[in-house]
Design a protein around this ligand. Structure first.
Ligand SMILES: NC(=O)c1ccc[n+]([C@@H]2O[C@H](COP(=O)([O-])OP(=O)(O)OC[C@H]3O[C@@H](n4cnc5c(N)ncnc54)[C@H](OP(=O)(O)O)[C@@H]3O)[C@@H](O)[C@H]2O)c1
Length: 293
């Protein structure tokens, strides 16, 4: 049994809560910024009602053995307010977020060796604050090591596919390559079907190729064919699918632009690798957001 706190009970945090509920092995605390009087998750195996206690004030949380953070990357400073009490005894902090800078985001708040980056893959959407629909398996990948093994063990006897991987850096950059192209539908306010357009597909390839070049400079093992693989994945997805950047823009929320594309520009600069397609896409999306009603 472990005492587990989940900070950020949206789409991903909600599914994680349901999985831990299903395991029946843990004592779970939900850390939310609004009151949550119940949470139901429609999983591929049927509905799960999460019974864990929800706490809305960082001053009211118990010390725990594990902290799982599932806020958006731009909400890290708010998420960090929960950590002082939760981590009073040095609990590891698993960061379930997109991007490749999980450790950098939390390094100002907790010791670096207690941060566990997690690559999350799961089609899921929040239909209402208390209702989540999970449309496929929750895949969780973490770096090898003792903390990684303990994290995987949290999900034993659940339908999650949680595993340690020997080359986490490459796994994270592959995911970033996929996500990087998602800026185009968000810019165009059109679902993934827009990637079937020839010129948009060519632009997507440029964005992903820049990501590959920067990822390689960071040490990830990425083949040239990855750009085409990413484009084909978008083209074979249902044409009406909406990625989370696009969904955030539609909802008028902040967007993970920096975590998904800004990082390619920043790290490109560090390695003196030009990233004009990502730079332009970031500049356009940021400017459009500023002028959006
Ligand atoms: N959804 C997917 O299919 C998917 C797949 C793979 C990876 N990811 C990644 O997983 C991460 C989480 O995404 P998501 O889709 O689950 O986001 P989400 O549905 O927007 O959920 C984020 C949750 O964090 C909460 N939150 C924000 N600041 C907080 C704070 N200070 N204290 C407590 N809670 C706080 C939000 O609260 P409110 O309810 O008050 O807004 C919201 O419930 C992102 O990095 C995303 O890119 C998502």
């Amino acid at each position: 049994m472990a005492r587990v706190a989940i900070i950020g009970v949206g789409a991903i945090g909600g599914v994680i809560a349901a999985l831990l509920e299903l395991s029946g092995r843990h004592e779970v605390t939900l850390c939310t910024r609004r009151p949550l009087s119940g949470l139901s998750v429609e999983t591929p195996d049927g509905p799960v009602l999460v019974r864990a206690a929800a706490v809305t004030s960082p001053g009211d949380v118990p010390e725990v053995d594990w902290v799982l953070v599932a806020t958006k990357a731009y909400d890290v400073p708010g998420a960090a307010q929960w950590l002082e009490r939760l981590c009073a005894r040095g609990a590891p902090v698993a960061v379930l977020q997109n991007g490749v800078e999980h450790r950098e985001r939390f390094a100002p708040y907790v010791p670096i060796q207690s941060i566990l980056p997690v690559v999350v893959d799961c089609p899921v959407e929040r239909q209402a604050p208390d209702r989540i629909r999970q449309r496929g398996v929750m895949h969780l990948k973490v770096p090898e090591g003792a903390i990684g093994d303990a994290f995987v063990d949290l999900f034993a006897q659940t339908p999650a596919d949680a595993a340690v991987v020997s080359d986490f850096l490459t796994v994270a950059w592959k995911k970033l390559c996929h996500n990087s192209a998602g800026i185009l539908p968000a810019l165009l306010l059109q679902p993934s079907g827009v990637m079937r357009d020839e010129a948009i597909g060519e632009t997507a390839l440029q964005i992903v190729r820049e990501c590959i070049a920067v990822g390689r400079a960071e040490g990830a093992r990425l083949g040239d064919e990855l750009a085409e693989t990413v484009l084909q994945a978008y083209r074979s997805a249902p044409p009406d699918s909406v990625n989370s950047l696009h969904a955030d823009r539609l909802a008028g929320r902040p967007m993970e632009i920096d975590a998904r594309n800004g990082v390619i520009v920043r790290l490109g600069q560090k390695h003196q690798i030009p990233t004009p397609a990502n730079r332009m896409a970031v500049a356009l999306l940021e400017a459009m957001t500023r002028t959006q009603p």
